[in-house]
Design a protein around this ligand. Structure first.
Ligand code: GDP
Ligand code: GDP
Length: 440
């Protein structure tokens, strides 16, 4: 059987696994922190080794041998699975701390797996750490190498050792260009994982994970009506609660990262709760980053409705989220699937708007008309003139207007132009970025 070139980095907490993972993956995808237990579901990352081979790095979280804690015990299961599927294992130890009983327990597990193990003695940048390396020889593995994940020393040597256990597999270059990247955001219990399951049609939560049903990514990529969609960070969506204050903070940071990666942000709200329970901070973050937000009221099946209910919900929301007044609103049930198809129609429509190209000639005609209809107020006591306008980007829709001033016009005038652009060019549901610049 052909190898999948899976490399697992395991070790007790705090030895520096995430630091190494991040360095190799060159993306801060796994979270580095002194608190054990933050990286939870498995994260895979495809990397290229110096010799050109492709490796799939699996980040397994810590291997905490004895604990009753729910998350940590889940992590242990994840780690064991990571070990099971790995072609080679990098066992990481902390050279500064020296050999510990927990390292020996980890080594026992690895030895039983029968997989090739390379011991990476980390933190050798710290004083005295190098002297401790010999202590680890008692673990009885074949390869030992000294590294500093933080400083990047010894990494090439480590990868050389790793490479000898991997096949020469082709890198089928993924093209993510035409994918529509979606993130599902919202407070706990609004139905994020239910919606995800409805969309990708499978039930796989961390809690009920079955050995062997591994997927090679945390994003879910699928085709629907001929288009390709990618739901970002499904592991994060499925991550089960038990949120301590700390982890909550981390999840906000993760949510922000996910938002930055996405084209479309689905902001879920529980219709049975207060509509203002939408996380205003997260919504504001999405708005400030010019992301295409869609407001999704979920659990609509639980709401007692009359003819005005929809309008009331919309009104309550718009009062709170004036800045998001362009965001489409949809009422769904992740449970029954009601209007989930409609949700995809809206996603497609939003994407069509956000990527629409507009001719400069039409834009300039537009600018002339709107400034005639409603003259720009003076800026810093000087008449404000707009000379021409051009589309300088899509996703988000970006327009640059050349003026006679170093300053932008009054906010309300900016809003006027923005709204007129929406009207004229069918950009009703997407954020618009306006740049005013002095004509050279
Ligand atoms: P993990 O729990 O094994 O994933 O460990 P982390 O990657 O979160 O690292 C734990 C701590 O050790 C963090 O404070 C890191 O900054 C630190 N650390 C990791 N690698 C090195 C290293 O090579 N040198 C030094 N001095 N510190 C390191
Ligand atoms: P998450 O924490 O945002 O991922 O929320 P979950 O998907 O775990 O859902 C939380 C609870 O709400 C679960 O008990 C779901 O069964 C329930 N739920 C989610 N969506 C709906 C829905 O559309 N209708 C109803 N009636 N219940 C839902």
């Amino acid at each position: 059987m052909k190898k999948k070139n899976i490399v697992a980095i395991v070790g007790r907490p705090n030895v520096g696994k995430s630091t190494l993972f991040n360095r190799l993956a060159r993306k801060r995808k796994a979270i580095v922190n002194d608190m054990p237990g933050v990286t939870r579901d498995r994260i895979y990352h495809k990397i290229k080794l110096p010799d050109g081979k492709v490796a799939n790095l699996v980040d397994t979280g810590g291997l905490e041998p004895t604990t009753d804690d729910y998350i940590l015990s889940q992590m242990k299961t994840q780690t064991l699975k990571g070990i099971e599927e790995a072609d080679v294992i990098v066992m990481m130890v902390d050279g500064f701390a020296g050999l510990t009983a927990m390292d020996e327990e980890v080594a026992d597990v690895l030895r039983k797996s029968g997989k090739p193990v390379i011991v990476a003695v980390n933190k050798v940048d710290l004083k005295g750490a190098k002297d401790n390396i010999v202590d680890f020889y008692s673990l009885g593995f074949e390869h030992y190498t000294a590294i500093s994940s933080e400083h990047g020393t010894g990494i090439d040597e480590l990868l050389e050792l790793v490479s000898q256990y991997l096949d020469d597999i082709e890198d089928e270059e993924e093209t993510t260009e035409n994918e529509i990247k979606i993130s599902i955001i919202g407070k706990p219990n609004v139905g994020k994982s239910s919606l995800l399951n409805k969309i990708i049609g499978e039930e796989r939560a961390l809690v009920s994970d079955v050995a062997g049903t591994t997927r090679d990514a945390v994003d879910a990529v699928f085709k629907y009506n001929g288009k390709t969609y990618r739901i970002i960070d499904t592991a994060g969506i499925r991550k089960k609660k038990k949120v301590k204050h700390f982890v909550e903070k981390v999840s906000v940071i993760l949510a922000q990262k996910n938002i930055k990666r996405s084209d479309v942000v689905l902001m879920l709200i529980d219709s049975t709760g207060d509509p203002t329970l939408l996380d205003a901070n997260i919504a504001g973050f999405a708005h400030n980053n010019y992301k295409n937000v869609i407001i999704v009221f979920n659990k609509w099946d639980l709401v007692e409705k009359d003819t005005d209910t929809v309008k009331e919900y919309e009104k309550a929301l718009k009062q709170r989220m004036k800045f998001l007044d362009y965001a489409p609103i949809v009422f769904i049930s992740a449970k029954t699937g009601q209007r989930v198809k409609r949700l995809f129609k809206i996603i497609d429509e939003v994407m069509a708007q956000a990527t629409k190209e507009i001719k400069t000639s039409e834009l300039n005609k537009f600018l002339e008309e709107v400034s005639r209809k409603h003259k720009a107020p003076a800026v810093r006591k000087k008449p404000f003139k707009m000379y021409y306008i051009t589309q300088t980007g899509v996703l988000p829709q970006t327009f640059t207007i050349f003026t006679n001033s170093m300053y932008p016009p009054h906010f309300s005038y900016e809003r006027y132009i923005e709204n007129q652009l929406r009207e004229r060019f069918g950009l009703k549901n997407v954020p618009i970025k306006l740049i005013f610049t002095k004509k050279p």
